[in-house]
Design a protein around this ligand. Structure first.
Ligand SMILES: [Mn+2]
Length: 197
């Protein structure tokens, strides 16, 4: 099997980011972003997606975390698009429901080649620690635009914002894992009657 890995560097005046991923990893993660709650969430994606993630970000965090979080989403999306290659043999669609105590979220993803985000998540708190919860939307929008996926993120239940976020990111990891898994019956076959994705 060809390696499904990617290394992407993205540099702007606002952020300098380097990301290496392996879609067929063991869930190993290394982060150096200065944004601990985002790292806690991306750790869930690595572990539950069985994807190796190495993410470094130096950003203009003296302003706030907005540029860094959005640009990590963008760069991660670019890395996924590169690593997934021509998409032959993948399951293409993935979904997961993940609970954590009272919280329950559902994520559905399609490696469709078209960007689309439906994000229905309301956080009771504006902040989780120092992290601003409205930045989760910016992360997913950046990811979707560059991974070229349709992504539906729905929180179904929850009271605690930390729990809600964690169910969203664990479900995102599980849905990615399902969608990117190679289906032995689809070996070498494009999972679309259009012939390309
Ligand atoms: Mn936690």
């Amino acid at each position: 099997m060809t390696e499904r890995t990617a290394s992407v560097a993205r540099n702007t005046l606002e952020t300098q980011i380097r990301i290496t991923i392996n879609l067929d990893g063991t869930g190993k993660a290394r982060f150096d972003t200065g944004i601990p709650f985002l790292e806690h969430m991306l750790d869930q994606v690595a572990r539950h997606g069985m994807i190796d993630l190495d993410i470094e970000c130096k950003g203009d965090r003296h302003i706030d975390d907005h540029h860094s979080v959005e640009d990590i989403g963008i760069t991660l999306g670019q890395a996924f698009a590169q690593a997934v290659g021509d998409k032959k043999g993948i399951r293409r669609y993935g979904h997961a429901y993940v609970p954590l105590d009272e919280a329950l979220s559902r994520v559905v993803i399609d490696f469709s080649g078209r960007p689309g985000l439906e994000h229905q998540v309301e956080y009771p708190r504006t902040n989780i620690g120092a992290f601003e919860t409205d930045l989760f939307y910016e992360f997913f929008q950046g990811f979707v635009n560059h991974a070229l996926v349709s992504l539906h993120v729905d929180n179904l239940k929850g009271r605690n914002s930390h729990h809600i976020a964690e169910t969203v990111f664990k479900a995102f990891g599980r849905a990615l894992r399902m969608a990117l898994e190679l289906d032995p019956r689809m070996a070498g076959i494009m999972p679309s009657t259009k012939g390309s994705l």
